[in-house]
Design a protein around this ligand. Structure first.
Ligand code: ADP
Ligand code: MG
Length: 266
């Protein structure tokens, strides 16, 4: 389990980037972290694997305090960031994914097997000999995710990995991560500022100015329009239509349910 216990973190004295944060993610659980730009998402990501240490409070991963063993946390938590170009180390996709495994002293044959398996699973096997820089944005993120998954982490933190992608690639990456995490019992923290993306997620943590504002399912999070607006997060279009339909009176005329009226609700 990843456990944040009253965590505070500041880059500069007197200004908390993360303030009194409490939450838990169990193995196999898929949790979303939603917040606008500058709300503290990347800081939280870096706190999960000991890259940053709390000024106050504690972060535990499977009972290990990040202040005691940041290195053990790095082996348990895999993080992928927004810009894949910043994360590549190999000249080919194969080298890039194998690099992390070499660092873990995984023997060659096993490393080979993992690279084969994960690239097949993510649909990037045909790019093994290609340079990562030649790939599309979505494929690059798949390589970055493959590199982290090959290390077989217990938890995966994805920090806005789809922010630079088009909606179709975004959905594809989301679905892939969702099913692979489920198959392998990996706990996921899926970080985004795009509310549409996390509508299917069962537990969403909404943050603003480094503080947790609300935690709950889609309906709990997205039904409070005023709250979302106040923290700079948009209401998913599907939710506006859904709540309109739910609130409608039984005698609503067909005209009121026409496509153009519904579109006006967005
Ligand atoms: N390296 C840094 N040095 C100083 N301040 C930082 C640094 N990184 C982030 N911050 C500040 O911390 C706050 C949270 O930033 P961040 O965690 O990057 O938010 P998000 O990922 O949600 O956009 C912001 O006010 C940001 O300006
Ligand atoms: Mg960020």
């Amino acid at each position: 389990m990843i456990r944040f216990e009253s965590v505070y973190f500041a880059y500069e004295k007197g200004k908390w980037a993360v303030e009194n944060l409490n939450f838990e993610i169990k193995k196999g659980e898929f949790v979303a972290l939603l917040g606008s730009n500058g709300s503290g998402k990347s800081t939280i990501a870096r706190l999960t694997d000991g890259l940053l240490l709390p000024n106050k409070g504690n972060v535990f991963v499977d009972g290990i305090n990040s202040k005691d063993s940041p290195d053990i946390l790095k082996s348990k938590v895999g993080i992928v960031f927004q810009n894949p170009d910043d994360q590549f180390v190999g000249t080919t996709v194969e080298e890039d994914i194998a690099f992390g495994l070499e660092n873990l002293n995984i023997e060659r044959k096993e490393a080979h097997r993992r690279v084969y398996e994960i690239t097949k699973r993510l649909g990037i096997f045909r790019y093994l000999k290609s340079s990562p820089s030649m790939l599309s944005g979505g494929e690059k993120q798949k390589v970055a995710i493959a590199g982290v998954l090959a290390m077989q982490p217990d938890y995966l933190v994805l920090d806005e990995v789809t922010a630079l992608l088009d909606p179709v690639s975004r959905k594809e990456i989301f679905n892939l991560v969702y099913t692979i995490a489920e198959e392998n019992n990996i706990g996921v923290l899926y970080i985004t500022h795009i509310s549409e993306e996390v509508v299917p997620v069962e537990r969403i943590i909404l943050i603003s100015n480094g503080e947790k504002i609300k935690e709950g399912g889609s309906e709990e999070i997205f039904s409070n329009y005023r709250l979302l607006e106040s923290v700079g997060v948009s209401v998913p279009a599907i939710f506006k239509v859904y709540s309109f339909l739910k609130r409608r009176k039984p005698d609503t005329s067909p005209k009121e349910l026409s496509e153009s009226t519904l579109l006006n609700k967005l």
